[in-house]
Design a protein around this ligand. Structure first.
Ligand SMILES: C[S@@+](CC[C@H](N)C(=O)[O-])C[C@H]1O[C@@H](n2cnc3c(N)ncnc32)[C@H](O)[C@@H]1O
Length: 321
């Protein structure tokens, strides 16, 4: 396992970064918390349960696209390629690419969820014994150096599925894609999964499922603050809410205080009035034109765009412009 070189934070730096983010986020007029803190071991496991929910069309739609175009993606990668996945999670969709690209040299999964990442890497080593698997614990928004590989390798290919790009602001997408371009080099390619604009009757249930798994995932952030930062959130005082922000073309997740309360975290107190929310995640929905413009701004052009028949989800293959 490799830790990212400076200035990327290592796992050991995360407690302070977590505390800083929570104290500053809860001090804003609109309280907010960065969504990367969802992913402790329990958060990562809950996310995997979300991907299997009937309402969560994203995973099954993207999986079907990847299965259909996997031979093309394997041909594009070529021999001895290095696949770098940003926010790898359980690397479930990755297996579609690993199965299609038999001559892939190495796989570098990057994630903030350390234990989950290392367990996933162990499972992949067992299932793909010839593949060099080199996990990196890091924030993918920081500058990350590729870990040294045992043999010279071919093309470097980035993989960013799961609509994780939709959690980022325009500025973060720009910074992230520029860094990926530097990491992957002049011959690099980038496989990007993004969710499309669609009716709210489909969008909102995907973030507010009938079984309440997404609610549990959202509230788990408060549980994590209580455990890791000595907080005293009463989880029964907050409700999960998914709401559409039309101007920003995004589903927002909030935690809504349903009564007045005062919470202590890290020696500071924060007051909540009834109905006040903590904004915990954005899931942006894009048109292909908007995504192409964001990629172009960061120095990438769209080489191919693959979508499902209903155009609910798209997988773009990018090349340096
Ligand atoms: C929406 S899930 C997607 C997981 C998987 N790639 C998929 O397609 O199902 C986001 C993943 O990115 C990770 N993650 C979120 N923010 C991150 C960040 N800033 N740096 C590194 N990993 C991050 C989470 O731990 C989680 O595994």
């Amino acid at each position: 396992m490799t830790r990212a070189s400076a200035p990327a934070p290592s796992q050991d730096d995360f407690p302070n970064a977590f505390l800083d983010d929570v104290l500053s986020g809860l001090s804003q007029p609109q309280k907010s918390l960065p969504c990367r803190w969802f992913y402790d071991a329990r958060g990562s496991a809950l996310f995997e349960r979300i991907t299997a929910l009937p309402e969560y069309y994203l995973t099954r739609t993207e999986t079907a696209i990847l299965e259909r175009v996997a031979p093309d993606l394997a041909a594009m990668m070529g021999p001895d390629a290095v696949l770098v996945e940003y926010g790898a999670g359980a690397s479930v969709k990755t297996r579609i690419l690993l199965d299609a690209a038999k001559d892939l040299r190495a796989y570098v999964p990057i994630d903030v969820s350390e234990g989950f990442l290392l367990e996933t890497a162990d499972r992949l080593r067992a299932d793909y014994p010839i593949l060099e698997v080199r996990p990196v614990v890091a924030d993918f928004l920081s500058e990350i150096a590729l870990p040294p590989l045992s043999d010279p390798a071919g093309r470097r290919v980035g993989f960013f599925p799961g609509s994780t790009v939709g959690n980022l602001s325009d500025a973060d997408i720009d910074r992230f894609l520029r860094q990926a371009r530097r990491m992957l080099g002049a011959d690099g390619r980038f496989i990007l999964g993004f969710d499309r604009v669609k009716p709210l009757s489909v969008l909102l249930p995907a973030y507010d499922d009938a079984q309440g798994v997404t609610a549990d995932f959202n509230l788990n952030l408060l549980r994590r603050i209580n455990r890791e930062l000595d907080g005293d959130f009463d989880l029964s005082g907050f409700d999960h809410e998914a709401r559409w922000n039309d101007a920003a073309s995004r589903v927002e997740m909030h935690l809504v205080a349903h009564r007045a309360q005062t919470v202590r975290v890290g020696g500071q107190t924060f007051d909540f009035s009834p109905g006040e929310t903590i904004h915990t995640e954005d899931s942006r929905k894009f048109t292909p034109e908007r995504m192409k413009a964001l990629c172009a701004r960061a120095g990438w052009s769209v080489e191919a765009l693959h979508s499902d028949p209903d155009e609910a989800f798209s997988v773009a293959v990018l090349r340096p412009a």
